[in-house]
Design a protein around this ligand. Structure first.
Ligand SMILES: NC(=O)c1ccc[n+]([C@@H]2O[C@H](COP(=O)([O-])OP(=O)(O)OC[C@H]3O[C@@H](n4cnc5c(N)ncnc54)[C@H](OP(=O)(O)O)[C@@H]3O)[C@@H](O)[C@H]2O)c1
Length: 377
């Protein structure tokens, strides 16, 4: 249900003042994740995209000019067309963004550049970030909607201890996202002790600067993505951990990740073997996956899919080309559910998760919607 429709405020528990549109900025608006933010925000009922920011390379140009390469090609990476209303908007240098001019900032730049920018913004305004700059700090939650949105409460500690009016909430690495969505129902129902995961990651996950060179990836698989496996291992335990007062107690789980890049444009495929805390029949595991996240999707937030997980019994699915678009890229498609005879109480599955939608811009937008719902923005 949409804000403005009768019954919305009642069903979501939103107060009328929460229905006012918030002004938002996107930092890194010209990149792959940034472009997806423009799509996610184009017709958003709660957020009005008022500021586009990027590096000094893009600053001073219109958005369309900033995206246009020297040969005249528009470097637009989304399936959806560039929303016309943003094409003529000016792009500013992110360092010149006045945090007081907006109610919320979406940050979508590489981690090294994100650190000083987010450090300058978060004292004044809430920042929802796709970058890893703050992910591993004690008072910073890494939030996946439907999985651990209750960790958002940790921003109160950030504000108290850092003296900030705003805060920073990162979303995870885009490979971690699909993994924790599939593991969360297993953790809740049976416990999870060990995970062995191999990713087949899409090209768009590497962004555009510099991105993946066509000659390297065509007809090929690249068996290494710098820092990726460490991120997946660390983030998984934190996200699936419990909020205990003012801190997150990470889940006691051993995670072994192998991350590879494959010749797919969008949509990360993961094979996941999980050792459960107790023996569970496959039918019970399937039920847990199917039922997962209803209490979150029932909130009716604008970017939420009707289901967080779709379980397929087709042995040839999920496939990134077919399944990444499920519910506009917000649903993780899980298939090939089987017993694993190597890990104790083992089960195994394959999943596809859209890295630039749920894994980046639209997922971050959903986090921001939840923050509005909670009265934190
Ligand atoms: N791609 C994905 O699927 C995905 C998924 C989840 C998370 N992420 C994370 O999202 C972030 C952005 O990734 P991406 O794939 O969108 O990268 P990208 O395509 O390379 O875009 C980078 C963006 O950052 C801007 N930028 C670079 N240096 C800057 C600086 N010093 N100050 C301000 N802006 C600067 C660029 O602006 P110019 O155009 O002006 O250079 C561009 O807008 C990264 O932290 C990445 O790890 C990406």
């Amino acid at each position: 249900m949409w804000p403005g429709l009768p019954g919305f405020a009642k069903e979501t528990g939103m107060r009328p003042q929460q229905q006012q549109r918030r002004k938002v900025a996107v930092v890194g608006a010209t990149g792959v994740a940034g472009q997806h933010f423009l799509v996610a925000l184009a017709n958003h009922p709660w957020f009005e995209l008022s500021t586009l920011a990027a590096s000094e390379r893009s600053a001073g140009r219109s958005y369309r000019e900033a995206l246009t390469g020297p040969g005249g090609a528009l470097r637009w990476a989304c399936d959806e067309p560039l929303p016309e209303r943003f094409a003529a908007m000016p792009v500013i240098d992110a360092r010149a963004l006045d945090p007081r001019s907006v109610d919320l900032v979406f940050s979508a730049v590489e981690s090294d550049a994100a650190r000083p920018l987010e450090e300058g913004l978060a004292p004044h305004v809430p920042v929802v970030s796709t970058a890893s700059a703050f992910r591993y700090e004690d008072d910073v939650p890494i939030v996946v909607p439907g999985v651990n949105h209750e960790h958002c409460a940790l921003v109160k500690r950030q504000q108290r201890e850092r003296g900030w009016r705003g805060f920073v909430i990162p979303i995870p690495n885009c490979t971690t996202t699909g993994l924790v969505v599939a593991l969360a129902p297993l953790v809740r129902s049976f416990g999870v002790r060990s995970v062995v995961m191999t990713s087949l990651q899409a090209i768009s996950g590497a962004g555009r600067s510099p991105g993946v060179v066509a000659l390297d990836i065509l007809d090929n698989v690249i068996p290494f993505i710098p820092k990726e496996e460490e991120k997946v291992q660390r983030e998984t335990a934190k996200i699936l951990g419990r909020l205990e007062g003012d801190r997150i107690a990470p889940l006691d789980v051993a995670v072994s990740a192998t991350c590879t890049r494959v010749n797919v444009r969008d949509g990360h495929t993961l094979t996941v073997n999980a050792g459960l805390g107790k023996k569970a029949p496959l039918a019970a595991v399937a039920d847990a996956l199917r039922a997962f996240g209803r209490e979150f999707t029932d909130l009716g937030l604008p970017s939420a899919p009707p289901e967080l997980i779709q379980l397929t019994e087709d042995p040839y699915r999920p496939q990134p080309r077919i399944d990444r678009h499920m519910h506009d890229g917000m649903t993780t498609v899980v298939g090939r559910l089987r017993e694993d005879s190597v890990l104790p109480n083992g089960v195994k599955l394959v999943l596809v998760s859209h890295n630039t939608k749920m894994g980046a811009a639209k997922g971050a937008t959903l986090v921001a919607e939840y923050l509005v719902h909670r009265g934190l923005v």
